[in-house]
Design a protein around this ligand. Structure first.
Ligand code: FAD
Length: 359
């Protein structure tokens, strides 16, 4: 681990704060933690310290295009697992894990891209053939959680199967790759492909732009990467001064993902970050129904539409099922405002403001 080597000391402003400490959730420490020094730039007026990790820039900062498909399914890269942590509380329905993978700097990526994972074993649908690739959004910045450009993190929900008739779990039908990932142990080998995807890249041409991020469950993954780049890392080529607004939809408080990290940004960058949560099983919308992300979007629709008119980027990531409800809400809001959603959407797409990655 070349962590310390990458951290530049900034003299007396060192606040000795450990960001890795922020990543440790209760009961889940499977890996010895590396502590790093993080440095604070004190803002006198706000009397709040802004702690960022000073980063030694990778060459990736200088390229115009992101790395793409460096490793393909026929020639995957063999990486190894650094850590697997359950990141939801006991009352969360289902299990979600934060998985750190060591790629040794050989599978570089940009924020918003995905890795493919080829789980070991035979493809049950094609006996004799290997399992097919599954895609996972990368949940870290290009520097990885250890800030050295050698790791990538994934946020994986374990796919389980419940028999619709008995309501009982049927382990013979559980998801192959997500269970392989969530059950893996530090040091295990893992075949990866990619990186892939350009739709969710963070446009960095305007560092003062507005980014509205709408994620459900593991759909938060690319947004965690964006936000770490904006608020956790001190990178000379990207000094974010715009607005990042995250809407996160999950079932309940125990299902919140990376909440501590996001809450920290809220405290440190109240002018640059907004964070709204929709907890479907705990909160009610204004009609007394379950609170979904689209209800939060509706609550702030005037502001969101104005920001979009001013050029904001909007991103959606999570399960496919999230989109119809969101699109219906946006359409209804547009109509109430006397606008055509059809026209507005095609304009947003034309302007490259609209970014969707659902699965
Ligand atoms: P599979 O083995 O492929 O099974 C799929 C589903 O079928 C499972 O729910 C399984 O329980 C069910 N099943 C299996 N056998 C049967 C049967 N006989 N009858 C009925 N049902 C059955 N996922 C994440 O968790 N995090 C991410 O960040 C993420 N990012 C993604 C990004 C992209 C661009 C895409 C396309 C997908 C992403 N996914 C992500 C989804 C991921 O790729 C996988 O689809 C997911 O993990 C399930 O894969 P699996 O191998 O575990 O399940």
């Amino acid at each position: 681990w070349a962590l310390q080597a990458n951290i530049q000391h900034l003299g007396n402003n060192s606040c000795n704060k450990s960001w890795t400490g922020k990543l440790a959730w209760e009961n889940k420490t499977l890996q010895p933690r590396h502590t790093k020094k993080v440095f604070c730039m004190y803002v006198q007026q706000a009397s709040k310290s802004k702690c960022k990790v000073a980063i030694k820039p990778l060459e990736l900062e200088n390229t115009k295009e992101p790395p793409l498909n460096l490793y393909k399914p026929k020639g995957p890269y063999t990486a190894s697992i650094v850590s697997v942590e359950r990141i939801v509380g006991p009352k969360a329905p289902g299990e979600t894990c934060h998985i750190v993978i060591d790629h040794g700097g050989n599978v570089p990526y940009w924020e918003g891209q995905s890795y493919g994972v080829i789980p070991p074993g035979e493809n049950p649908k094609k006996p004799g053939a290997p399992n097919t690739v599954r895609l996972y959004s990368i949940a870290s910045t290009r520097y990885g959680d250890s800030f050295d450009g050698r790791t990538a993190s994934l946020c994986v929900r374990r796919a389980v199967y419940y028999d619709p008739e008995t309501g009982k779990e049927d382990p013979s039908k559980k998801g192959i790759c997500s269970n392989f990932l969530c059950d893996s142990k530090p040091g295990d080998k893992i075949q990866i492909t990619g990186p892939s995807g350009k739709i969710m890249l963070l446009p960095e041409d305007d560092p003062n732009a507005t980014h509205i991020m709408i994620g459900t469950g593991t759909g938060v993954a690319p947004f965690r990467g964006y936000l770490r780049r904006m608020f956790m890392e001190d990178v000379s080529s990207f000094k974010f001064g715009g607005l990042a607004w995250l809407f996160l939809g999950v079932a309940n408080t125990d299902s919140l993902l990376y909440d501590e990290e996001f809450t920290n940004y809220l405290q440190q960058y109240p002018e640059n970050f907004r964070y709204d949560k929709a907890l479907s099983r705990e909160q009610k919308n204004k009609s007394g129904g379950k609170m979904y992300v689209q209800d939060k979007i509706e609550e702030y629709s005037d502001e969101i539409f104005k920001l979009l008119d001013d050029g904001a980027h909007i991103y959606f990531c999570g399960l496919k099922g999230m989109m119809p409800g969101i699109q219906d809400t946006l359409k209804r809001v547009a109509e109430q405002r006397g606008e055509s959603w059809h026209q507005k959407l095609s304009q947003l797409k034309k302007n490259k403001q609209w970014h969707v990655e659902v699965y």
